[in-house]
Ligand binder design. Structure first.
Ligand code: UD1
Length: 419
């Protein structure tokens, strides 16, 4: 099994381009299942999660492949979908597979999707997705680990989410796109990946208004067509690379990213003492001395992203004072804490809050990646640690970061992968 070896110390310096957004891509592939005709997505990151989503579409009978001549592109034609079940073996690998539920149900009147597994970051129910589909006339049945929903034609409804859910908002937006009448989503997620999906649905011939705010109005249409779409840069990858710059007292510019998506992350980097230089599609972060302590509370967009929590914790582990991080989105997203402690970090957990007493230096150690972003946090920590770290179970990182070790090596990191 692959592992990543990191010798900490070198300052990261230089410029690096981010790949396309994983989370935007997964929702867009699901959306392609709504269309009659071919959808081509460009700037798609080459990741295990993307492969898993394409495999799922193929299992439904669609054509869904990498478009080799066009580099980072995928081609999906969902005209031939003739199966409506997302099997356990596929959904288990990736929770976002649940995103095919809305498209299948609204287009074909039936869908059976295994209850999701995915990242081990606390209980992650799907009740909000199901509440919405029920309000639109779907009949939900739970059957041996599967969620089965049928309908003789979804109709628009007013749905107020009890909490902010990104994939829940996306699933219902897609279901509503082909439903009869108007759907109003209240307390909708405002994440950029929701906005990008709305733009794509509109380009497909749909009618979605208000995405980016907490009230989204969708008017159902009779059919949707395939599109060409360029996926936006990955804001979490950008934040991770910049965290690596900070922790190594480096000077890094990331390119290929809409920097307005990064504000809450960059604010924290500034608070921690970095020089942040923002342009429309690139941002440079420089750090000259140990970070300052900072307070972080993760929250739905535009708050600080939960997907950056492990990485900022790695940065604050070497800060000059005491920091507090509160995880406000997921119940149990601190699995990286014991691993960081093994590297010498001084962290005390109490419920959803971590108190971090900064130490001057972390020590390299063998550590275990437990989920996607936890592994990113461990790599960030390892880059600043004294000596060598071995990050095991890197398949987690391959779910969400394309060629992470090559990108970091390009900035001067001593990092390599061992098979
Ligand atoms: C998405 C992102 C993930 C990110 C998360 C929060 C994708 C593929 N994944 O995940 O990287 O960490 O947003 O920004 O886009 N919840 C319920 N009931 C539901 C749905 C969610 O209680 O029906 C809870 C979850 O347990 C969690 C919170 O709501 O505590 C937010 O989860 P949600 O926004 O749905 O996360 P995902 O969309 O799965």
């Amino acid at each position: 099994m692959d592992r990543i070896l990191v010798r900490g110390g070198p300052r990261l310096v230089g410029e690096v381009a981010v790949s396309g957004s994983k989370n935007a891509t997964l929702a867009l592939i699901a959306a392609a299942a709504l269309a009659e005709g071919e959808t081509i997505l460009h700037n798609v990151p080459r990741l295990r999660d993307v492969d898993a989503m394409l495999e799922l579409l193929r299992a439904l009978g669609a054509r869904a492949d990498w478009h080799e001549e066009e580099g980072h592109a995928v081609r999906i034609d969902a005209s031939s979908i003739n199966r409506f079940e997302a099997p356990y073996e596929l959904v288990r690998k990736m929770r976002a597979s649940f995103l095919v539920l809305g498209p299948l149900l609204t287009r074909f009147g039936t869908a059976r999707v295994s209850e999701p597994g995915g990242c081990a970051i606390g209980v992650r129910p799907v009740d909000q997705h199901l509440k919405g589909l029920t309000a639109m006339g779907g009949k939900v049945r739970l059957d041996h680990g599967y969620v089965e929903v049928t309908s003789s034609g979804l109709r628009g409804a007013r749905i107020a989410f009890d909490l902010v859910t990104v994939n829940g908002t996306q699933n219902l937006m897609m279901a509503a796109a082909l439903a009869r009448g108007e759907t109003i989503l209240e307390n909708a997620a405002c994440e950029p990946e929701v906005v990008e999906l709305a733009e794509a649905l509109n380009a497909m011939g749909g009618s979605v208004r208000g995405a980016g705010g907490d009230r989204i109005v969708i008017r159902g249409v009779g059919s949707l067509r395939g599109i060409r779409h360029v996926v936006s840069g990955d804001r979490i990858e950008a934040g991770t690379l910049l965290a690596a710059a900070m922790v190594t007292l480096g000077d890094v510019r990331v390119t290929g990213i809409d920097t307005s998506m990064l504000e809450s992350t960059l604010d924290k980097f500034r608070e921690a003492g970095a020089d942040v230089d923002i342009e429309a599609t690139s941002v440079r972060v420089r750090a000259d001395e140990r970070p300052n302590a900072a307070g972080v509370v993760t929250a739905p967009f535009p708050g600080f992203p939960t997907d950056m929590q492990a990485q900022i914790m790695a940065v604050l582990s070497v800060a000059t004072g005491s920091s507090l991080i509160t995880e406000g989105v997921f119940e149990n997203r601190f699995m990286h804490v014991p691993e960081l402690q093994r590297m010498g970090a001084n962290i005390v957990l109490s419920g959803r809050t971590a108190r971090i007493e900064g130490v001057p230096r972390l020590m390299g150690a063998p550590v275990m990646a437990t989920d996607l972003r936890a592994s990113a946090g461990l790599i960030v920590a390892a880059l600043a640690a004294e000596g060598e770290s071995v990050v095991n179970r890197v398949y987690h990182i391959d779910r969400g970061y394309e060629r992470i070790e090559e990108k970091l090596r390009g900035l001067g990191a001593e990092i390599r992968r061992e098979g």
